[in-house]
Design a protein around this ligand. Structure first.
Ligand code: OAD
Length: 254
């Protein structure tokens, strides 16, 4: 580990350790070390397929079997196996310490809850449940049999993940609460997101405008890095958080 990196870790630990109301915005990068591929960048899902073809609600309505085959079936297998990594566990620990007041996640993998976080806003919905397109009945994803594609509800309707597809609205209560948390926090942790999908990517802008310190954790810089972030700690989230939590032991007296 070089000195610059160590200093960034120390700085982040100091800022987080003295925060009164920290909030995290997370994206697919936080789950990469749990074996879930990101959407963009090297090895990303959108390198292999066009999101407007497979993740837009119009495509799903037009040909649900195709979207289940191309995207959802593999995702189900991948998410069934995934477990929280040290980054998810660190955020749960920060909540238990009373520092972190909420997680706004763009992820649908449920790993923040699996790690122990209780206040999680699932901005883009959840993959843990499927919903019938006809009767709206919800069924836990792990109970869904994939012997027919697309899988169907008892009523015969087609099942879809309870996620937000492109072309759909963010649930208004999620947007409202995310804005509130972003306005109130004194530190915002922006972890593993490319910050290119709106309105999620606007939350750090709101936080910054309201006076918060914005800390990014990401191996790459993002559109937020130059003007919104106060600090970018470069590296995989699990490794970075392991360093931050170790350094915080020196600063935190809670
Ligand atoms: P992206 O795939 O766009 O971005 C992933 C980010 O994680 C990139 O900035 C990577 O540099 C970073 N990254 C990669 N490995 C990492 C690691 N080990 N630790 C930390 N960061 C790492 O994912 P999101 O920003 O979450 O929306 O994408 C936003 C939305 O676009 C998703 O919620 C999804 C997608 O299309 C919908 O499906 C509606």
């Amino acid at each position: 580990m070089n000195t610059d990196h160590q200093q960034q870790i120390q700085k982040a630990a100091q800022l987080i350790g003295s925060a009164k109301c920290a909030v995290a915005l997370t994206g697919s990068g936080i789950s990469v070390e749990s074996g879930i591929p990101p959407f963009r960048g090297a090895g990303g899902l959108w390198e292999k397929m066009d999101p407007m073809e497979v993740a837009h609600i119009d495509s799903f309505r037009r040909d649900p079997a195709r979207v289940w085959e191309l995207l959802i079936r593999d995702l189900k297998e991948c998410l069934d196996r995934a477990r929280p990594n040290p980054a998810h566990l660190a955020l749960a620990r920060l909540e238990a310490m009373g520092i972190l007041k909420g997680v706004i996640t763009q992820n649908v993998d449920g790993l923040h809850q699996a790690a122990g976080n209780r206040d999680v806003i699932e901005f883009h919905g959840t993959f843990a449940w499927q919903r019938c397109m006809d009767c709206q009945r919800r069924l836990e994803t792990h109970r869904v049999e994939l012997d027919q594609i697309p899988p169907r509800c008892e009523c015969g309707g087609i099942l879809r993940p309870d996620c937000v597809f492109f072309g759909e609205m963010i649930p208004p209560e999620h947007l409202h609460r995310s804005r509130q948390l972003s306005e109130r926090c004194d530190v915002m942790l922006v972890v593993g997101t490319s910050a290119v999908v709106q309105p999620a990517a606007f939350m750090p802008v709101i936080a910054k405008q309201c006076g918060a310190t914005v800390i990014e954790i990401n191996p790459e810089s993002t559109p937020l890095t130059a003007n919104i972030s106060d600090l970018l700690v470069k590296g995989p989230a699990g490794q970075v958080f392991t360093g931050i939590m170790a350094a915080m032991a020196d600063y935190t007296v809670r």
